[in-house]
Design a protein around this ligand. Structure first.
Ligand code: SAM
Length: 234
């Protein structure tokens, strides 16, 4: 069970967010369901409710604090796992249209029942990003792609940038230590440019949001298939 409403309101306020009763209820149900489901299906190593509050829920929504996301934007969450960051984002900003993508079907099955439970509207896609972004209905169709804790900056760029429309953005959530310059070549080849890097701390832990603007179409040869990707980074 998440801490009480007052505690959660204070925690959200500390990071610049207002929490209402309706959203609080959804976060409580999310936390309870995640902890229960996680007993049988591996979804997260974080199971203490107060840690879930900060390390999953508030961490996920920090995107809303640092990135301008216009009303009605579309967003694909690549390697969403148990729904992070986009399900907490959707709870705070129901106007954003989210697509949840993961290569592990057991995670998509969890997300399907979670979204029903929370009455959260989301498109669920099971598959590998490098296959799904080749399909017409997903290629360069999103205002935003986001990803947290999925891969290094080079690989992640190849998985995410093909989904983004020219003029849109890929938002990468990173810890403090990764050298993001290993992704610079990939970002350029895929039609992106690093437009902003924001550092912030969450309960004394350093975090970064890297924004990559899509400035030109991704050449059709990208993303490469998974065996080529594994052999050599761009
Ligand atoms: N984003 C979530 C978070 O922050 O808690 C989950 C992170 S988890 C470490 C990485 C997730 O990415 C896993 O659920 C995995 O199945 C998924 N994944 C890894 N490679 C992928 C790919 N090529 N396409 C789609 N999903 C992928």
């Amino acid at each position: 069970m998440l801490p009480d409403f007052e505690f959660c309101c204070d925690a959200f306020k500390k990071y610049g967010f207002d929490l209402n009763q309706n959203s609080y209820k959804k976060f409580c149900n999310y936390s309870d369901y995640l902890v229960e489901y996680n007993k049988n299906v591996n979804l997260t190593s974080i199971t203490d409710p107060t840690e879930i509050l900060f390390k999953h829920f508030i961490d996920s929504i920090m995107i809303l604090h640092h990135v301008n996301i216009p009303v009605g934007s579309t967003m694909i969450d690549v390697g969403t796992g148990a729904g992070f960051p986009s399900v907490p984002i959707k709870i705070m900003r129901p106007d954003i249209k989210i697509t949840l993508l993961d290569s592990l079907n057991k995670r998509i099955v969890f997300l399907d029942s979670l979204c029903n439970l929370l009455e959260v509207d989301a498109e669920l896609v099971h598959g590998r990003a490098e296959d799904i972004s080749k399909k017409d209905e997903y290629r360069e169709k999103f205002d935003f792609a986001c990803a947290r804790a999925v891969a290094n900056m080079s690989l992640l760029s190849e998985l995410c940038i093909p989904f983004v429309k020219v003029g849109g953005e890929f938002i990468s959530m990173k810890g403090p230590s990764e050298d993001i310059s290993i992704g610079f070549n990939a970002i350029e080849l895929l039609g992106g440019i690093v437009s902003r890097e924001t550092n912030y701390s969450l309960e004394s832990e350093e975090r970064r949001i890297i924004e990559i603007k899509k400035i030109s179409q991704t050449p059709t040869k990208y993303p490469r298939n998974s065996s080529q990707i594994k052999k050599k980074l761009l």
